[in-house]
Design a protein around this ligand. Sequence first.
Ligand SMILES: C[S@@+](CC[C@H](N)C(=O)[O-])C[C@H]1O[C@@H](n2cnc3c(N)ncnc32)[C@H](O)[C@@H]1O
Length: 462
Amino acid sequence: MNKSATDVPLARPGHTSPRLDWPRREPALNALAPLPPPAENHPARGAPLLAGAAQVGPPNRLYHGDNLALMAALVPELAGAIDLIYIDPPFASGGDYVLRSGDSVTRAYSDHWSGGLTGYLDMLRPRLSLMRALLSPTASFYIHLDPTAAHYVKVLLDEIFGRECFQREIIWRIGWVSGYKSAVRNWARNHDTILFYTRDPKTFTFNKEYVPHLPGYSRRGGGEGRGHPIEDVWNANAAEAALTGPESLDSIQIKSFSKEKTGYETQKNESVLRRIIAASSNPGDLVADFFCGSGTTLAVAERLGRRWLGCDSGAPALAVTRQRLLSLETHSAFEVIVLAEPAEQRPAPPEADAVPVCNRTVTAPPSERPEPVEPVPDALWALAQPLLPPEPRRRTGRPPLGARQVLAALLYVRRHGGRWSELPRGYGSAAVIRRRVRAWEEAGVLERLEAAGVAQPRDPTL
Ligand SMILES: C[S@@+](CC[C@H](N)C(=O)[O-])C[C@H]1O[C@@H](n2cnc3c(N)ncnc32)[C@H](O)[C@@H]1O
């Protein structure tokens, strides 16, 4: 299967799924709010992790920083290249979580969102879109949630992936109920929800798995068969309840002793991740977890011979993950990369303006300052790129005006009331850009951009 990024549609033009709305929902993918531009020395920039499925790539990578800026920076190199993404993001619980190590307790991360659930969905939505853009044509995506937000996220994912790409809602029974959980005057809460989507509804990697039958089981016709096929409710039947030790699916949080425990309060079981990674990827595939916490996904991916990429914004998570990976029996080389701060959070260089242009930061002396341009955010570009026609052939020998620059100008004009005469000089010649935009319009491209939510349907004065 050719996994070249150019074959992969990043957007779903003209989709008609019902959509979840909330006050002040960003128009598209948070797309018109610019993403933090990757800083000049952004380590994700220009260093392809994977140039082809058969190629042995550079070392696995563990990133420390916000996954939004990271994923936006990875899109140019890794769009269509990741075979499996599992994420276990914050659940919108309103809680604070810690790392316990001996007697010390360190705050790991907070799950409070300004605006409550809507703030949480605003955080998640652009990240989910970027993850979809990174998935290979046969890839799978799993998101681990609980009932606080799972149903809202399901609607968002239907919108982003397409309802036809939804595969299963997996109910993971956390384990036995005791203590305060059983004292509740209600049904005792005892499950998490894992939503499973694929990039393509029909063609995706899936290695079917079985649980050993209970002792004494015999099939009609004799023999043991391959075992009990795994259902979409996990850890709730007798065959799975009989699993012990590291194979047990009971949450490690409710086990007093488990060699896996790192002290990270929201750490998930390796047994759950083993199941997902073994079923939905093959050895050598690239597996990513952009909310990696204590590194469960990465440790299991490593053991199962997958390549991996992880990210977490918390220093305690990074420290635990790094140590966990280093203490595996054997591990392949990996790099720990601390993402540079977004450019706007760093002091401006003296006597010069830093003007972010697309993915680069160009520094010009004050005398030649171009007028400010608003670059097309990486996430939005990832959606738009496959909808645009091929670049026109060069007639003059000069390089043609890049489509990203044309799109930036179009967005500027639409955002500022549709007057091409007011397009700042920094965008390039308004006449040339308008010619390209007209050609896009004639080819129906503007309509597709609008349907995909890239451009607002406001008429530019052409
Ligand atoms: C529920 S925990 C993941 C636990 C993990 N599955 C494990 O087994 O240890 C969620 C993680 O997401 C991280 N996180 C939250 N927002 C993030 C962001 N914007 N970028 C990267 N990581 C983020 C938190 O620091 C936290 O470690």
